[in-house]
Design a protein. Structure first.
Length: 330
């Protein structure tokens, strides 16, 4: 995303708010971008930062040609900082290093901008360190926190930032773009668009066989649950753990399971529902949909709870074993 005109096509309200801020030079010290698709939020944050750094101040759109715009494009603008989780969380040390860097005067101008992706993954210590800076940010410093779970941010942080809620991303379109780039089928690209927070990570996954095999493993797990629930622990030991070997792999696997149960619930509530992600597995979805809405909802809640345990650094194997027990109970 290079221009506000592009942003307007899907996020007209957000584009208008940001452009008005630039036009009137009323820039808040902190923004919170929330929405269901992080790549879109990050692109919007980078566009806003680029406009703030642009050396041609007589226009809202970044000029794309000045020194600052070119440095933003190349990732070499030293007064732009971007923080992302180190493993499962954003740690206190990362925020402290950021605060130290920001305590120095801007190296190239009077503006410093920092973006924190997946900001809801800050540890309590990291969030408290950031809060101190929020209270006294200093002139010319702008924070942009990106999250799809704003409710997990400290209330005191939420109250000090301007909350901008993005409309849901058109994942069908994203999946189509990924399909054109990778040659994978639409079901697989839709799944990648849903479970990977960055579009480049989704594209990389689609060119590797691991993600293809991950979908197969998830569908096998669902067949076991539908037809042989007593064998779930054995399936986990023999097949699941060999496919999803580490914490990141386990998270992806559980996100794929979440997508499946969401499809089941949608079809249960509306048999004519067309926005199915696992479109090639409709018979299995309908078979699972024969369960009560209460059971399907409990399954979905159990998987979401397992994802949270993975993100909280609980052992992946123990997390999946507990999930199998919860699924067997129905």
């Amino acid at each position: 995303m290079q221009t506000f005109h592009e942003l307007e096509q899907t996020q007209s309200v957000i584009a208008t708010i940001l452009q008005n801020s630039l036009r009137t030079n009323r820039i808040n010290h902190a923004y919170i971008f929330t929405g269901d698709y992080e790549p879109l939020l990050l692109e919007a944050a980078q566009l806003f930062a680029k406009s703030l750094f642009c050396e041609k101040k007589d226009q809202i759109e970044p000029c794309q040609t000045c020194r600052s715009c070119r440095r933003m494009d190349s990732g070499n603008l030293v007064d732009y900082y971007q923080i992302e989780p180190d493993g499962a969380t954003i740690k206190k040390e990362q925020i402290q290093q950021l605060m130290h860097d920001l305590s120095l005067r801007g190296l190239e101008g009077d503006r410093q901008i920092y973006v924190v992706t997946q900001s809801h993954k800050m540890t309590p210590q990291a969030a408290n360190s950031l809060l101190k800076f929020f209270e006294e940010p200093g002139a010319g410093k702008v924070a942009i926190l990106i999250t799809n779970q704003p409710q997990l941010l400290l209330p005191t942080i939420r109250s000090r930032g301007q909350l901008l809620s993005f409309r849901p991303a058109d994942r069908l379109l994203i999946g189509q773009v990924l399909s054109e780039k990778t040659g994978r089928d639409s079901e697989l690209t839709q799944l990648a668009a849903r479970v990977y927070p960055k579009i480049e990570d989704a594209e990389q996954a689609l060119v590797e066989d691991w993600f293809v095999n991950a979908r197969v493993s998830v569908l096998q797990l669902m067949e076991e649950l539908a037809n042989r629930p007593a064998d779930l622990p054995l399936f986990v030991q023999e097949k699941w753990i060999t496919q999803f070997k580490n914490r990141q792999d386990a998270r992806i696997g559980l996100e794929l399971v979440t997508c499946f149960f969401e499809d089941v619930l949608h079809l249960k509530l509306n048999p004519s529902w067309e926005m199915i992600t696992y479109a090639n597995s409709r018979p299995l979805l309908e078979q699972m949909g024969g369960k009560s809405q209460t059971t399907i909802t409990r399954w979905l809640q159990a998987v979401l709870a397992a994802v949270k345990r993975i993100e909280a650094n609980v052992n992946p194997q123990l997390t999946v074993e507990r999930l199998m027990f919860d699924l067997q109970k129905g």
